[in-house]
Write a protein that binds this ligand. Structure first.
Ligand SMILES: C[S@@+](CC[C@H](N)C(=O)[O-])C[C@H]1O[C@@H](n2cnc3c(N)ncnc32)[C@H](O)[C@@H]1O
Length: 247
């Protein structure tokens, strides 16, 4: 029997939704606007959103004029929520694991993926599969947790000044050891995969992609004013965001 997806665990799912419903969350304030800008115009384009969750980006792209957007995610609960809360005439949601992407027979102008790729072990295969479902000159834009962050095996440790309690840095550990990580997040132990930045870039190049833009965002002034603790994020990049094109 297939293993239950972590986002189908009720407690984890509810905690994740609470996080996303916060007024100032990293996804809405930092990550999704950058991905959306990098994608550019989707007018009359066909798009696949890989690891679409409940369809936040999926429906945004349909509203921006995409002809067809397919949202795929391994979590039934996420897809259920997407169908219920983010429906659109040009959107179709499918429960499907990214590992099975090569089973898709259609081709798309754009593949987008927001914060799902750090859940994938074999990114060499994934990127080949993404390449395979893109039309010629098709684009792939994705964000993932930054490798300086996924590296951490022991825990994610901020360095604090004992005098005043201020955060002065971030301790990264095990960067050179790629592979599985068991991390405590939102009340559960979850499995992610650490890939070095060089591995991510080389896997894209090996698949045949041409890199167009790499972004390691920092919180902006507005975010730091609204959520002061985000100033800590200046010590490490939280996300790696890449735009590339089918060569
Ligand atoms: C952090 S959420 C992001 C959701 C959505 N992309 C967004 O940004 O709103 C990560 C998503 O990746 C999905 N995911 C994790 N592993 C996956 C896999 N192997 N195949 C497809 N989706 C996966 C999860 O179910 C979850 O919905």
């Amino acid at each position: 029997m297939a293993k239950k997806a972590i986002y189908d665990d009720v407690k984890f799912f509810n905690n994740y939704i609470d996080l996303r419903n916060k007024e100032f969350n990293y996804n809405d304030m930092i990550e999704q606007p950058i991905v959306f800008d990098l994608i550019g115009s989707v007018q009359d384009k066909t798009v696949l959103d890989l690891g679409c969750g409940y369809g936040a980006m999926t429906v945004k792209l349909a509203n921006a004029g995409a002809k067809k957007v397919i949202g795929v995610d391994v979590s039934e609960k996420m897809i259920e929520k997407g169908i219920k809360e983010n429906p659109h005439a040009n959107v179709e949601y499918r429960v499907m694991a990214a590992e099975n992407l090569s089973e898709i027979n259609e081709k798309y102008d754009t593949v987008v993926s927001c914060l799902a790729i750090h859940y994938i072990n074999d990114i060499y295969k994934l990127f080949r599969d993404v390449y395979g479902i893109l039309n010629s000159r098709g684009e792939f834009v994705f964000s993932m947790e930054h490798p300086s962050y996924t590296a951490c095996k022991v825990s994610q440790k901020w360095v604090t000044d004992p005098e005043n309690g201020l955060v002065t840095g971030f301790v990264m550990d095990h960067y050179g050891e790629e592979g599985v990580r068991k991390i405590e997040w939102l009340g559960k132990t979850i499995t992610k995969y650490h890939h070095k930045t060089a591995t991510v870039i080389n896997a894209l190049i090996e698949a045949g992609f041409v890199l167009e833009k790499v972004v390691e965002p920092s919180p902006d002034k507005k975010m730091m004013e609204n959520v002061p603790k985000t100033v800590h994020e200046l010590h490490r990049p939280a996300y790696l965001i890449i735009k590339c094109k089918k060569g």
